[in-house]
Design a protein around this ligand. Structure first.
Ligand SMILES: Cc1cc2nc3c(=O)[nH]c(=O)nc-3n(C[C@H](O)[C@H](O)[C@H](O)COP(=O)(O)OP(=O)(O)OC[C@H]3O[C@@H](n4cnc5c(N)ncnc54)[C@H](O)[C@@H]3O)c2cc1C
Length: 482
């Protein structure tokens, strides 16, 4: 089947709705639910872009198995040119949401491409797992499915264990039984961003390492349809408050939602199991298969788009307020430019220094992407702070759309005009700034960037452990001995 349209995604989600719960109620239909439907419709726009006659070659490629045109984020890169094409495709998708929907489907499409290409890694666990992961990737690619994923176990306690590794507890998602039909899993996982999806992938987090053999029951990788019996998603409250695009320009469009996934004795058919019971293979899966590097390519591409959006927004705020001559304003805009250029440079380096990996895939260079991801956890909260500092009271002296034609309309139009903008343009702009740095939607963006890819401490531990510091150390030793 060729790349889907938006309508096909919506119809699929309606027909196979996951069991979603929101504010104490079961969601009957996520495609019409007021807290979810606008996010669903934005995702549908992404799928429609695949059918834009001007973008067909940028968004799709010819499937090696069916000959259909399928989404370009599924491509198995063979050259740096393929990585650049993939970057262009992902940029088109990220720009639709100004980088505010982090979990567009390309994130997991590139992940499963990498896992499938590294099928032999999964065969080390059980020979049939290689076939399973490859067949699954092809199934997702050929049906253009939307995936969510959940990697982290809830924890009863955060006391550091003696090993410095994660402790698993009885709340962790665990295999409770193996049957002829598959494995039965029970427990909970956080967080499933984008539960408005067709399928859920469950695999080990690179950042949260499983401790020793005792963790075997919690060590696995698999995928399931989101509407599998026994699988329930508890959504947080929606930040789409059903306000107008003028009032809540981001929240009214880009609510991707986050959910806890509860697995109540869920049967995972054998053909959907990719890893089982091997703690080492699970702990090393993301790094060895290069899944993390390919998802990093998507993340950093999105980060460039998000930086560009913040820079454009900040510049417009400054122009509107007439604060461009202030030295501290120059400094803050320069800081956003630095963030953008460093992020772009890391992305470019990762593509230029890409190499064919042991699985035959053109794989972006790992370190620049790890560095860019880690830096963005600090950059994004700081950029939200810069928007606060630039906007100040203008982020609160902020009428709504209704006020513009309400009883105080004359006062608003007279007093909120600036030298460069009408009152209406100023309000429109600052409502966008508010939704980027002050609203509940904005606050979730900051939390998302801080944590969605693991926390800084665990990631720093991995970066430092993986980075080859020996050549530099040897040089200093040699200097000392001169
Ligand atoms: C908005 C949002 C969306 C997300 N989406 C997804 C998703 O789609 N899929 C998914 O799988 N996950 C998702 N996550 C979860 C994310 O992977 C985790 O939040 C992240 O890995 C940190 O784990 P934690 O939340 O359990 O933090 P905690 O373990 O509670 O850590 C909290 C703090 O304590 C410190 N800490 C606690 N224990 C340890 C320890 N043992 N070693 C070192 N430091 C420790 C950490 O440094 C951290 O700062 C999302 C998170 C957020 C906030």
């Amino acid at each position: 089947m060729p790349a889907r349209t938006g309508d096909e995604y919506i119809a699929g989600l309606r027909e196979n709705s996951p069991e979603l719960y929101l504010q104490g109620e079961r969601v009957k239909d996520p495609t019409t639910h007021p807290g979810l439907r606008n996010g669903v419709h934005t995702l549908a726009r992404l799928y429609d872009l695949q059918h834009d006659p001007d973008l067909r070659d940028a968004m799709t490629y010819v499937s090696p198995s069916s000959g259909d045109r399928v989404g370009l984020s599924f491509i198995t890169p063979q050259s740096q040119g393929d990585l650049e094409r993939r970057n262009t495709m992902m940029t088109h998708w990220a720009r639709v949401s100004c980088g505010m929907m982090g979990r567009t489907p390309d994130f997991l499409n590139v992940s499963f491409m990498a896992m499938a290409a590294a099928g032999e890694y999964f065969a080390r666990n059980r020979p049939e797992f290689q076939h399973n992961v490859r067949a699954y990737y092809e199934y997702v690619r050929e049906n253009d499915l939307v995936l969510t994923h959940t990697l982290i176990n809830l924890q009863r306690s955060r006391l550091p264990s003696g090993s410095g590794l994660e402790d698993t507890t009885d709340v962790a998602l665990s295999v409770v039984k193996e049957t002829d039909g598959g494995i039965v899993v029970n427990g909970a996982r956080v967080l499933a961003t984008l539960p408005i999806a067709d399928e859920i992938a469950v695999y080990p987090a690179r950042s949260h390492r499983l401790p020793g053999d005792a963790a075997a029951p919690t060590s696995f990788a698999f995928a399931l349809p989101c509407n599998t019996p026994g699988l329930k998603f508890l959504c947080r409250e929606s930040f789409d408050l059903q306000r107008s695009r003028f009032d809540h320009p981001l929240g009214s469009r880009f609510e991707e939602m986050d959910a806890i996934a509860f697995f109540d004795n869920v049967l995972v058919p054998w053909e959907r199991v990719f890893l089982l019971g091997d703690v080492d293979l699970c702990n090393n899966m993301s790094i060895k298969t290069r899944q993390y590097v390919h998802s990093g390519h998507q993340v950093v591409t999105k980060n460039v788009v998000k930086c560009e959006f913040v820079l454009g927004l900040a510049n417009l705020m400054v122009q509107t307020l007439g604060s461009g001559q202030l030295p501290q304003v120059h400094q803050m805009l320069a800081e956003i430019i630095e963030n953008l250029e460093v992020t772009k440079a890391c992305l470019r380096t990762a593509e230029v220094d890409a190499e064919i990996d042991e699985w035959g895939v053109m794989s972006p260079a790992e370190t620049p992407l790890m560095v860019a991801r880690q830096l963005f956890m600090r950059m994004y909260p700081r950029m939200a702070e810069i928007l606060h500092l630039l906007g100040s009271s203008s982020l609160m002296a902020l009428p709504t759309e209704a006020d513009l034609s309400g009883p105080l309309a004359a006062e608003i139009h007279r007093y909120l005009e600036t030298d460069t903008a009408s009152a209406e343009d100023r309000v429109r702009l600052f409502r966008l700034a508010w939704d980027t740095c002050c609203s509940a939607f904005a606050s979730r963006q900051v939390l998302y960037e801080r944590f969605f890819q693991g926390d800084q401490v665990r990631n720093a531990f991995l970066l430092n452990s993986l980075y080859d510091k020996q050549p530099m150390t040897d040089r200093v030793r040699a200097f000392l001995e001169e």
